[in-house]
Design a protein around this ligand. Structure first.
Ligand SMILES: CC(C)(COP(=O)(O)OP(=O)(O)OC[C@H]1O[C@@H](n2cnc3c(N)ncnc32)[C@H](O)[C@@H]1OP(=O)(O)O)[C@@H](O)C(=O)NCCC(=O)NCCS
Length: 205
């Protein structure tokens, strides 16, 4: 386990209340084939600027695929809803890199729990320049492993029918892809989570 050096370095003198529930121990370092290191850590409540910069830099297509709509406005309220999370009902991981000593998001994955159904709705997005390098798979694995360890039984999602990359990714990770009744433009994805660890550790990286 790698300490969340960057998160810890930014600790303010007087800790805000949310920091007491911040699960810093879930932070990791990923080393790419190129030797470059990326950091994976739970999203912090004070990540608003990083989240906004990340989302605004996404291509129109990536944003559309992630939001399933071109109309989502990046308002302060929306940014707050993406960063002020409770780490139980709403969990999110950011993949980050350091550029000239400044941390940047290169990917964000999250899930929101439906406690009644014991399921979670998952979504993720990688910065355009970082797509196609295996990060989406690793981020989704991270989300599923964490969801499973939190007692969630099923991962669900809605994906555009034209999103070849996401549908390919989830199929290769054992999700079922089904039509959404009444909406031919999207697909429902689902996967039971009882076997995530065994499947993930058997997959090549
Ligand atoms: C979908 C997305 C998350 C995938 O992440 P990624 O890092 O690009 O994907 P990876 O490099 O980890 O690839 C994993 C698998 O996805 C599939 N895949 C990825 N890109 C693909 C493409 N262009 N065409 C077909 N399959 C593709 C493949 O099965 C691939 O496995 P392989 O490399 O063994 O063939 C990423 O492309 C993205 O952020 N897209 C925009 C936002 C979005 O669509 N989010 C999903 C909606 S919730």
């Amino acid at each position: 386990m790698t300490p969340d050096r960057y998160a810890l370095a930014r600790l303010p003198d007087r800790s805000p209340a949310w920091l007491h529930s911040y699960p810093a121990h879930l932070s990791r370092t990923w080393t790419l084939a190129s030797g470059e290191s990326l950091f994976v850590r739970p999203v912090r409540h004070d990540d608003g600027e990083l989240e906004e910069t990340f989302v605004r830099a996404l291509s129109r297509e990536s944003r559309y695929q992630r939001m399933l709509s071109g109309g989502t406005k990046v308002t302060p309220e929306w940014i707050d809803s993406m960063t002020h999370i409770d780490y139980h009902r709403h969990m999110a991981f950011a993949v980050t890199t350091m550029s000239d000593g400044v941390e940047q998001f290169v990917g964000v994955g999250r899930y929101v729990v439906d406690a009644v159904k014991s399921s979670a709705e998952v979504a993720l997005v990688l910065a355009d320049a970082w797509q196609g390098q295996g990060l989406g798979r690793r981020l989704l694995e991270t989300l599923l492993e964490h969801a499973e360890s939190a007692g969630i039984r099923e991962a669900l999602g809605t994906v555009l029918a034209t999103n070849v990359a996401m549908l390919g990714l989830v199929r290769s990770m054992g999700f079922t892809v089904s039509p959404e009744p009444g909406d031919a433009t999207v697909r429902r994805i689902s996967r039971q989570l009882t076997t995530v660890r065994a499947t993930v550790s058997a997959q090549p990286h």
